[in-house]
Design a protein around this ligand. Structure first.
Ligand code: NAD
Length: 259
């Protein structure tokens, strides 16, 4: 049987957990060969074990996406392992627990967040685009967030700014590379029941404060983001570029949420 990403090569960052892990599993199940990248060795090796246990093909690669040489090396590793690169999923991101409003957020928190979330995506594109060109084109997916579109109820100024940068960068890259058969889209997840957010919303009160704004009344699942990423990665989205693909349980559509 031929999968929706049969024989494609995908590089997925943040593959040790949450969206990145679920996407690695789904892409591999759809026939892709996956270079699974994370800075957490144990976590990314576990992802690869899960992919292989399900009969898929993946290789673990350690890299910090905010480090120039390491970003370049991860793209080289994908081409070395699998001969080409077709899909670049710049998904790794952090939400610092001390990220707050502009007055309270330390410069170190701002710098670290921008380094991973914005510079990391830039570097992924900087080194990924030449590899996609060598393959004759491809799809880039950059993980942003619904907070780049709406003000968040819980302040997290560095995170929000970093995701705004991802959206703006995605739009420009989509336009600049459109005639090279390279599509560039942003994935804007709503709040998910992943480690990243649950660590940040560490009290019932904080969780409730978020749930109040979600028409569907629940957090999203990483596996639901993986399905959206699959569509953006595959040829099914062949005329889609430069979009903010929102997968948020209805948050951005709502003024007042239903009872
Ligand atoms: P997660 O914390 O479950 O997984 C993130 C992974 O990225 C971890 O394995 C971590 O080790 C890795 N990582 C962190 N910094 C890295 C770096 N510098 N280099 C390489 N790997 C690094 O998070 P998640 O919820 O799956 O989030 C994935 C993406 O989705 C992030 O960009 C996040 O901002 C975004 N997002 C998440 C939510 C949510 O509610 N969880 C909502 C909107 C957007």
């Amino acid at each position: 049987m031929s999968g929706r990403l049969q024989d494609r090569v995908a590089l997925i960052t943040g593959a040790g957990s949450g969206i990145g892990r679920e996407t690695s599993l789904l892409f591999a199940a759809e026939g892709a060969r996956v270079l699974a990248v994370d800075l957490n060795r144990e976590a990314v090796e576990e992802t690869v074990e899960k992919v292989r246990a399900a009969g898929g093909e993946a290789t673990a690669h350690l890299a910090d996406v905010s480090a120039t040489e390491q970003s370049e090396a991860m793209v080289t590793a994908a081409e070395t392992a699998y001969g080409r690169l077709d899909v670049m999923f710049n998904n790794a991101g952090i939400m610092h627990s001390d990220d707050d409003d502009a007055v309270s957020t330390d410069l170190e928190v701002w710098d670290l967040t921008m380094d991973v979330n914005a510079k990391g995506v830039f570097l992924g594109c900087k080194y990924g685009i030449p590899a996609l060109r060598r393959a004759g084109g491809g799809s880039i997916i950059n993980t942003a967030s619904f907070v780049a579109l709406l003000g968040a109820a819980t302040p997290q100024v560095a995170y929000t700014a970093s995701k705004g940068a991802v959206l703006a960068m995605t739009r420009e890259l989509a336009v600049v590379h459109a005639r090279e058969n390279i599509r560039v889209n942003a994935l804007c997840p709503g709040p998910l029941r992943t480690e990243l957010l649950m660590k940040f919303l560490d009290t019932d009160e904080k969780k409730e404060r978020r749930l109040v704004h979600i028409p569907m009344g629940r957090f999203g699942e990483a596996a639901e983001m993986a399905k959206a990423a699959l569509w953006l990665a595959s040829d099914e989205s062949s005329y889609v570029t430069g979009t903010e693909f929102v997968v948020d349980g209805g948050i951005t559509a709502a003024y007042v949420t239903p009872e």
